[in-house]
Write a protein that binds this ligand. Sequence first.
Ligand code: NAD
Length: 479
Amino acid sequence: MSPSKVSTIKFDEFYNIIDGEQRGSKNQHHGIDPTTGEESWGVPIGNQQDVDDAVVSAQKAFEKYRYTTLEKRKELLQRYVDAFNSHSEEMVELLCKETGKPKQFAQMEVGGVAAFIGHHLTLDIPEDKLEDDEKVITTRYFPLGVVGAICPWNFPLILSLGKMAPALLTGNTIIIKPSPFTPYTTLKAIEIAQEIYEPGVVQVIGGDDKLGPLLTAHPGIAKISFTGSIATGKKIMAACANTLKRVTLELGGNDASIILPDVDVKKIAPEVVMGAFQNSGQVCVATKRIYIHKDIYDEFLQEMVNFTKTIKTGDSNSGSLLGPVQNKMQYERVKGFFEDTKAKGYKIAVGADTVPSGNGFFITPTIIDNPPNDSRIIQEEPFGPIVPTQPWDDEEEVIRRANNTNTGLGACVWGKNEKHAEAIAKRLEAGSVFVNSFEKPTPQAVFGGHKESGIGGEWGKDGLKAYCNAHVIHLYKQK
Ligand code: NAD
């Protein structure tokens, strides 16, 4: 069987890709351009039949793909990167249209695909051997089968292809479900993959709220890798229990950033602001609570304010640093944090006391000065450009405050004395702690959350095991 061929890639027509073929639907929905509030192109809504067909195709493809060599899988992934990159300009435009991101950040995400997949090409699938007088024990890691990838809307390309790379490298086949808010780049990215892969190895189905549960319920899917909210993660884990699917859950966070008194205030304050407001705060590991030592609190906050005032918010091509929030639902949710701030009379250091109304979902980046511990803005993840700061005095107490949350995705510690900063970092209950940097997830290390921020992790060498069953042969020596 040779790789399937879909017709020339067109960036204004969108299809699900099932068994190597474009598939439309009578039922369509539309993404909304977050810059204008207008409807974008129609996309098909996948249904039970589509899921069933995709699973049959993926299972069939698995029987052959699982036995490809690691070298072959790497060669195919490299060819995919080349094919994807040949469409990078159209991808940047499409990503700007579906997310509203500033163009330079859309370029970083599109460029990041090669880096993400590229790092996976340097990895080998782990294998352990242990020998004693009577036997040899060999532990190998074999693919699970058909993986279902359920993805969010904040980084539609990186977070879907970031699941595809380890799944395919380890010999699985995969069905990707993009968020209904951002179907476009993922549908195209997987359409491009059909030039490289045989039908069923990598497929994509977009749809509405009913589609995710069809994947989690399907007995032919061996594993769900999910990135999204904690609330949905819990539903997914419960649904997957029925068929005992493997699950990886990459969920939300409420990351603390601890600023030690010895930092270079002028240099670090703008970086801490970027940690909070990158991608308009719509980053699972964005900084969401900022704890500044009391000796430098006023000065550090003032520098944060000065930098925030320079941040331009606007459409993708305006040279701005921040774009709109991606969708109306999220815009309304973030608005709730502004309303709460105003109603409770918390002090606004910079920004606005309300979100601007208009057709696009733009929100002015805003810093709340020292709200109480039980405030919504401290307790919950806003996932938008609004962040609180609080002073601290006692190191033990600030570590307790940072850890006092049901989440544990990321955290930051900033201080000139690296040893001291790292000692604090070790005590923060989070999957990824950054010392003297804001949160920058990378495929070089496993990424996962503690507590309610997730189950398991992916990326990096250890992340490959999330797509595998351990398989052990105990070979007893013939005397
Ligand atoms: P969401 O949970 O609303 O949706 C994520 C995906 O799940 C979408 O594709 C959606 O259609 C699907 N879905 C919804 N209900 C489902 C169900 N019952 N069964 C199966 N699938 C279902 O999340 P979102 O709003 O798209 O993303 C924002 C959240 O994701 C934030 O909380 C953020 O912190 C988190 N996030 C986490 C990471 C991480 O790696 N840990 C990365 C990005 C975003």
